[in-house]
Design a protein around this ligand. Structure first.
Ligand SMILES: [Zn+2]
Length: 110
């Protein structure tokens, strides 16, 4: 790739995506340059593939958040959606333990 190819690249990309001719200052170069034609063909193919994918609906796996958070923070990471239920469970367990300790406390006679 020479300097003219790099300068023409945005115009070649725009042409490939829109299916139009390369803009005037670089049209003659793009029509004569094999590298720019190859770039145009590759970008046009990618644009067609992206357009074909635009109607697909992909559903993320249920454990995606867990897997991502684990990868980012290590094995002890908690997914945000799990933090509230775990905090509520811990609070209920500690309140239960407090009530049991209070009810089972040793009582002195008199
Ligand atoms: Zn070129």
């Amino acid at each position: 790739m020479n300097l003219i190819c790099e300068m023409a690249a945005p115009f070649v990309a725009n042409s490939a995506v829109e299916g139009s001719q390369v803009a005037r200052p670089f049209r003659a170069h793009a029509e004569a340059c094999l590298k720019c034609q190859a770039r145009h063909a590759a970008m046009a193919r990618t644009a067609r593939e992206l357009a074909a994918m635009s109607n697909e609906t992909l559903v993320a796996p249920l454990d995606l958040e867990w897997r991502v958070m684990s990868a980012l923070e290590g094995d002890l990471a908690l997914a945000r959606s799990w933090r509230t239920p775990i905090a509520v469970t811990a609070a209920v367990l500690s309140m239960t333990a407090a009530v049991l300790i209070w009810r089972l406390r040793p009582r002195t006679q008199g």
